[in-house]
Design a protein around this ligand. Structure first.
Ligand code: LCS
Length: 393
């Protein structure tokens, strides 16, 4: 028997597959809410954990199970926990790993709602948080209190593209006995595997690069070990933020082309980042593949590629950015990211509009910042579209 561990692309195609009774070449969709027990003793054994039979889809389901096993293999973790959305994953993590009196240190420029739900909702239950620029390890060290339990990072961060040194975060966390959590949405495991660096829990908005086709919303958490998984999984089940079997099937299908999509997206992104950087109407560009990125070397060390996300600011600030967004034709003015189509949006008035203006500006989310999710169209068409829109500015 071939026991050699499969390489990444082979895992994308084969991991998580199981033999169904008809020999289906793809994972079957078990579109059922519940599962018939063979008899009363079998039902009791399933509930007692003495049988691996399925019970009820909020708890688990063969199609969802397949995605969870696939994600665990891609992230080199213990087990995946599929969720209804990326925010389902965020809330499962906050609720399971923090309790009243605990404190969390987090990247300041995280996806807006990941911060808002902590500051406005979890604070009501006595959970404290401090948001700092985690690309500066000294700021992280200074933010740690005796009651700090979780160090939460998003790298590269949405939308500032700030890169945090995961190895350094793991070192700090070990000194203070903290659980490290990494939002790996912008990279996907194709470009970055935080668990290999020593992070405890990794998660994704699966809506983005993993699914890749802008047609479902979902999330996934992967823990490094059984102990963490057994804290997180019951919370997902009890919060009721499980994935649906059809959604899981769609993600498994999308994942098969993850590396092909990512390769094209970042190849396009590099050309676009250079074009924007050289354009007289653009003030600055933040892309991990440009030498001008403040953490360019760290990005090269930590990530297997610069990814498909670019942030930039127009010289004319917000008004110039708005004109650009209104004038693009091929690129879509829409939030979300990581799909096959190029999307452009304005974080200060859209994805991060609910974050306090002061906090937003402190974390580098300026009013003029434009975020671009680079698709897999022909790059000359994207460049022509941006060029004609920039001419109108
Ligand atoms: N983490 C990151 C880094 C994200 O970008 C998002 C969504 C989430 C978590 C939450 O995932 P969801 O619940 O939406 O699946 N980011 C979005 C964005 O930038 N535009 O629209 C959604």
């Amino acid at each position: 028997m071939d026991t050699r561990e499969k390489a990444f692309n082979s895992k994308l195609i084969h991991a998580g597959m199981f033999d169904d009774q008809f020999g289906s070449a793809t994972v079957p969709i078990y579109q059922t809410s519940t599962f018939r027990f063979k008899n009363a003793d079998h039902g009791a054994a399933c509930f007692a954990g003495d049988s691996d039979g399925y019970i009820y889809t909020r708890l688990n389901n063969p199609t969802i199970d397949s995605l969870e096993k696939l994600m665990a293999e891609l992230e080199n973790g213990y087990r995946g926990i599929a969720t209804s959305s990326g925010m389902g994953a965020v809330n499962t993590i906050y609720s399971a790993l923090l309790q009243q009196g605990d404190h969390m240190v987090s990247t300041d420029a995280v996806y807006g709602p990941s911060r808002i739900v902590m500051e406005k909702h979890y604070s009501k239950f006595g959970i404290e948080s401090t948001y700092v620029d985690t690309s500066d390890p000294d700021l992280v060290r200074k933010a740690i209190r005796p009651n700090t339990k979780v160090l939460y990072v998003e790298t590269p961060s949405n939308p500032t593209m700030t890169i945090t040194d995961l190895e350094e975060m793991v070192r700090i966390a070990k000194e203070h006995n903290l659980i490290t959590v990494a939002d790996n949405t912008f990279c996907s495991p194709y470009l970055q595997r935080p668990l290999d660096i020593g992070v405890d829990v990794v998660f994704h908005s699966i809506t983005k690069f993993l699914n890749g086709h802008a047609d479902i919303v979902g999330g996934v958490i992967v823990s490094k070990n059984k102990e963490l998984d057994s804290q997180l999984r019951p919370m997902m089940i009890n919060l009721g933020c499980n994935m649906d079997p059809h959604q899981a099937y769609m993600v498994i299908r999308g994942l098969k082309t993850l590396s092909l999509r990512m390769d094209r997206s970042q190849e396009n992104a590099l050309a676009i980042a250079h074009f924007l950087q050289d354009h007289p109407k653009v003030a600055w560009v933040r892309y991990p593949g440009l030498k001008s990125h403040p953490q360019y070397e760290l990005g090269r060390k930590q990530m297997d590629g610069p990814g498909g996300m670019i942030s930039f600011e127009m010289k004319g600030g917000l008004m110039a950015g708005k004109t650009l967004m209104n004038e693009v034709k091929l690129c879509m003015l829409a939030v979300s990211l990581g799909g096959v189509e190029s999307l452009i949006q304005h974080p200060a008035s859209m994805t991060h509009s609910k974050v306090d203006k002061e906090a937003r500006e402190e974390s580098g989310i300026t009013d003029g910042l434009v975020r671009f999710s680079v698709g897999i169209e022909n790059v000359e068409d994207i460049l022509a579209d941006l060029n004609q829109a920039l001419e109108k500015v």
